[in-house]
Design a protein around this ligand. Sequence first.
Ligand code: NAD
Length: 454
Amino acid sequence: MTAHIERVYAKQQEARATRPAPTVAERRAKLQRLHDAVLAARTEIQAALWADFRKPPAEVDLSEIYPVVGEARHAVRHLKKWAKAKRVSTPIGLFGSRSRIIYEPKGVVLIIAPWNFPINLTFGPLVSALAAGNRVILKPSELTPHSATCMRRIIESLFDEDEVALIEGDAAVSEELLARRFDHIFFTGSPAVGRIVMRAAAEHLTPVTLELGGKSPVIVDRTADLDEAARKIAWGKFFNSGQICIAPDYLLVDEAIRAPFMEKLRAAIVNESGVIVNDRHAARVKRLFDDAVSRGAKVASGGTFDGRAIAPTLLTDVDLDSAVMQEEIFGPLLPIVPYATLDEALRIIAEREKPLVLYLFSRSRRVIKDVLARTTAGGTAINDTLIHFYQSNLPFGGVGESGMGKAHGRFGFEAFSNARGVLEQPTKWSGTQLMYPPYTRWKQKLIDWTVRWF
Ligand code: NAD
């Protein structure tokens, strides 16, 4: 493996150093080819995800294929505007000069992806990296080997190794890659591995985007439409068996509407037992469940475990100190915590790490304003779940423990670009030269003026 990595890495570095950055037209052509190839491989991708973790084809379409082709189409449509040099105005003290910002590719970038949306979270960032004109090494997760092989075949059919290469392998391969100098690293995965990635990047002062996970709360306030909230929360929580970074992790419900809402939520669960990706993760979810129950939690729905198959489960009377209220769940368990006042709900959120998403179901403008003003989160969806991921005009990413840097659309393009400031002085003699030494009395006056007024 080492020799293979070394060869690919050296080729990309060589190409970066000797060839000019691809033009906008060339980048758009690459994106279009990727778009077409993903569409053409639709059934192959569906089969790979079925083999990896029994993901139903319709869900593959919605959560793997569509996000990638949608992101590619968006980039093709807008790239010219994003990549265009932007003129900026000139402050009076620099009178005569002209300035602009140009966006250049960072160079050779590394994208490390998790298993839970293997195609989406590998090819999605690839779209942004190519839009920005980079050369790319992709390292998908070893837990979804069929998807990884399928993606490698697509990449090999479209790109030279010195443009884009996909390297399959586990944490050891990841570490081998991370030992090298990249111009940007885009990592999606757990906060624990995020720390390892950032430590490795620090060795080379490589900038990172970290798309991590965490506990995303969902608040249901007394003014919410309860049928709608129940339906959308049940969908958002149990899609992919809760193995989604943006899944509602735990639910805070207004005490006044708790009983009717619980009824509706129970009725809204249409999913059957879903499959957890491997035994280790299934055992982890079971441990969270057992710990909660041993501390007094009651099972309001589900609660059956059959190897890797776990039923959608609602837990009430949950101790706030139990593991299920401390760690990211990443499985089909939903702890439900009633609150008497909004203050109490916001305190429970503030006691935890900054979330990737904060969901709110409310029809009160005042409550919506209040919650936005008094909390922080990577993103927020109001009266819906998950779908903000598909809005390419919004930045997507975390804050604090849930990550750093933003992805999608122009934000993804900027993450993979160096915004280079260029000042041009058209005249030989510019006003600023009046400030050069020797500092005579009148020059000192001019300096005083500048410091005070300009
Ligand atoms: P993970 O962190 O275990 O693995 C992610 C990637 O890192 C894999 O490619 C893996 O091979 C690699 N890796 C693992 N250990 C490594 C090490 N020691 N050194 C270097 N590389 C290593 O994550 P996962 O289990 O695949 O995914 C689940 C996590 O990802 C959850 O925490 C979830 O919230 C998060 N996630 C976040 C987003 C987001 O967009 N913010 C999306 C999906 C998943």
